[in-house]
Ligand binder design. Structure first.
Ligand SMILES: NC(=O)c1ccc[n+]([C@@H]2O[C@H](COP(=O)([O-])OP(=O)(O)OC[C@H]3O[C@@H](n4cnc5c(N)ncnc54)[C@H](OP(=O)(O)O)[C@@H]3O)[C@@H](O)[C@H]2O)c1
Length: 206
């Protein structure tokens, strides 16, 4: 199969498409034919050699993907069938034609969502969801300060805070980024590079 590959850490110019071994689904794993993958900050760091994949993970880039079930390993419980549209958070390997995923890590692609849209959901949106609901236990009416509001995780967090009927406010490093966060639903935004965001946040929340 083909996969995005780099021989030397560095910029995007070091990436090329390489023929590599197609993975085989092991016990309880599903083989997914990848239709789309996404880019996250961690991919850029990994490509620069600053974020090695966890031990035992694929050294192919790609921490999330969406596609169709193309094979089932031994011991799969019948939850998925060939052709199902799925998406997953991965420890690596998403930027390739095929990836294997433990069956319990797969999620169905919601109806009416394209593979390209679905591939951008797991990493940023599950991270933001976990932070807001499991860690922060967000409540209706609360104000949530999101640093790096224009990041992938930040943009997901803004929209999830709105869905929870709470108020998202952000920091970002440029006016252009602040504008993007306003368009996504931020109630206020502060440029931490040229104003004291802590004073501004205090004033906004008093
Ligand atoms: N499961 C997890 O734990 C998990 C999952 C996903 C992401 N993350 C983490 O969440 C953070 C955001 O990830 P992302 O993929 O959403 O990032 P992203 O879209 O690449 O955005 C990163 C933002 O961080 C800010 N930033 C500040 N200092 C920076 C620097 N030295 N280099 C680059 N950016 C810098 C920039 O915003 P300003 O210009 O506004 O400062 C930038 O827009 C990262 O730290 C990532 O590792 C964790």
């Amino acid at each position: 199969m083909l996969a995005a590959h780099f021989d030397c850490p560095g910029g995007p110019e070091n990436l090329y498409v390489k023929e590599v071994m197609k993975p085989h689904p092991g016990e309880g794993e599903v083989l997914v034919k990848v239709s789309a993958s996404a880019l996250n900050r961690a991919d850029l760091l990994q490509r620069r050699g600053k974020y090695p994949p966890p031990k035992g993970s694929s050294d192919i880039l790609g921490l999330e993907a969406a596609g169709s079930v193309a094979g089932l390993g031994p011991g799969c419980t019948g939850r998925w069938k060939i052709g199902d549209a799925v998406m997953a958070l991965l420890s690596g390997g998403g930027q390739a034609e095929y990836v294997t995923v433990p069956e319990g890590h797969l999620m169905p692609v919601p109806k009416d969502m394209t593979f390209i849209q679905a591939a951008a959901i797991p990493e940023a949106w599950l991270t933001a969801f976990q932070l807001l609901h499991f860690v922060g236990k967000i409540q209706k009416g609360e104000t949530v300060l999101i640093h790096a509001g224009a990041s992938g995780v930040g943009m997901a967090a803004i929209q999830l805070v709105r869905l929870a009927n709470a108020i998202p406010i952000v920091t970002a490093g440029t006016q252009e980024k602040l504008k993007a966060t306003t368009n996504a639903g931020a109630a206020a935004g502060f440029n931490y590079k040229n104003e004291d965001f802590s004073e501004k946040v205090l004033a906004f929340t008093q």
